[in-house]
Design a protein around this ligand. Structure first.
Ligand code: F6P
Length: 366
């Protein structure tokens, strides 16, 4: 039978467990032998007990849990060829040549590099006498499928990534809670949210939470924005609003590319409006906790699709990442999806905001 491994990598995201379960149980039901790699790529490099047989029951009781039950890691060693050589040896020794990775853009880039290098790694291992030539010949290619696990919702060409919906729910809950206390005291709160280079969580939570002002990386404000923001907040108060809420994406920046920190926003409001503005950085509560219903069913569907992709794909010249666009699962060329994703902040830095947004929404489905 085919042997398939699944791992989670990079920052954890709610729904990763549902995806792992979907991958594992789909592959098992198709007759494959399934392995879970613990602690992300580091587990691949370390081998031993980090690569374990995964049985049907191992995927039990994880669907509704946050985080990733098979662990994750930002592995430096896997980024080196030496690390990937160890990883290839650990896989091929177990007869595994199909791999599903659930992670962010860095993790997916690593996956594609590993796939492309695989034949060379096999030759090197066989030449060094670390595996037999027969073993190398029996596994000429690594068949892969990538899934985007990241609360940031930043992969170009897809509408949602695993975890973004749950994080958004968590943020909106927090905004609701802060709004209540802010209104009681007639206070202004600045709320910092995650998202790295992507303003999705900030913008959507600002709309859903009824915030007064939002700062996102994609649309750096024009000079004088501080005065304009403070005037906006005063206008709300004058109209009878008891609280002011400003959402700041952690990647917010001005037009020169200088970060706009949430503390700067807080201090600016205090200074200009003469208020005791407060700051709440939501931090990792956005990532922990239960996955939403959407993140459970969508990740199950993605996991199912990724298992089929990895099981049926032959040796390929390019890796594939699966995502959701509209109400469909789409296959995207992995390297191109990552390259486009990385181009977005470059276009923003160059001041070409329209091109950046256009790129993010473009359809380049395989
Ligand atoms: O990419 C997911 C993410 O949560 C980002 O939004 C955030 O910038 C980063 O990871 C935080 O990473 P860490 O948990 O390693 O501090």
């Amino acid at each position: 039978p085919a042997r398939l491994a699944v791992l989670t990598s990079g920052g954890d995201a709610q729904g990763m467990n549902a995806a792992v379960r979907g991958v594992a149980r789909t592959a098992m039901s198709r007759g494959a032998e399934v392995f879970a790699v613990y602690e992300g790529y580091q587990g691949l490099v370390d081998g031993g007990d980090a690569i374990r047989r995964f049985a049907w029951g191992d995927a039990g009781n994880i669907l509704g849990r946050g985080g990733t039950s098979i662990g994750t890691f930002r592995s430096k060693e896997f980024r080196t060829r030496q690390g990937r050589l160890k990883a290839a040896k650990n896989l091929v020794e177990r007869g595994i040549d199909r791999l599903v990775v659930i992670g962010g853009d860095g993790s997916l880039t690593g996956l594609d590099a590993f796939r492309a290098e695989w034949p060379g790694l096999m030759d090197e291992l066989a030449d060094a006498g670390l595996i037999s030539p027969e073993m190398a010949a029996a596994h000429p290619a690594l068949m892969i499928a990538g899934l985007v696990g990241s609360i940031d919702n930043d992969l170009v060409g897809t509408d949602t990534t695993i975890g973004a919906d749950s994080a958004l729910h968590r943020i909106v809950d927090a905004i609701d809670a802060i709004t209540a206390t802010a209104a009681s005291h007639q206070r202004c709160f600045v709320i910092e949210v995650m998202g790295r280079h992507c303003g999705y969580l900030a913008l959507m939570s600002a709309i859903a939470g009824g915030a007064d002002y939002v700062l996102i990386p994609e649309l750096p404000p024009a000079d004088g924005w501080e005065e304009q923001m403070c005037a906006e907040l005063r206008r709300g108060r004058a109209a009878g609003r008891r609280e002011s809420i400003v959402v700041v994406a952690e990647g917010a920046q001005d037009r020169t590319g200088e970060p706009i920190t949430s503390e700067y926003v807080r201090a600016t409001i205090s200074r200009i409006n003469g208020e005791d503005a407060r700051l709440t950085n939501l931090g990792h509560v956005q990532r922990g906790g239960k996955p939403s219903a959407y993140d459970r069913w969508a990740s199950t569907w993605l996991g199912y699709s990724a298992a089929l992709e990895a099981l049926t794909a032959g040796p390929a010249t390019e890796g594939v990442v699966l995502g959701i666009r509209g109400s469909e699962i789409v296959r995207l060329p992995l390297a191109e999806a990552v390259a486009r994703t990385r181009r977005v902040p470059e276009l923003i830095a160059a001041g070409d905001y329209d091109a950046a947004m256009g790129l993010r929404n473009e359809d380049f489905t395989d």
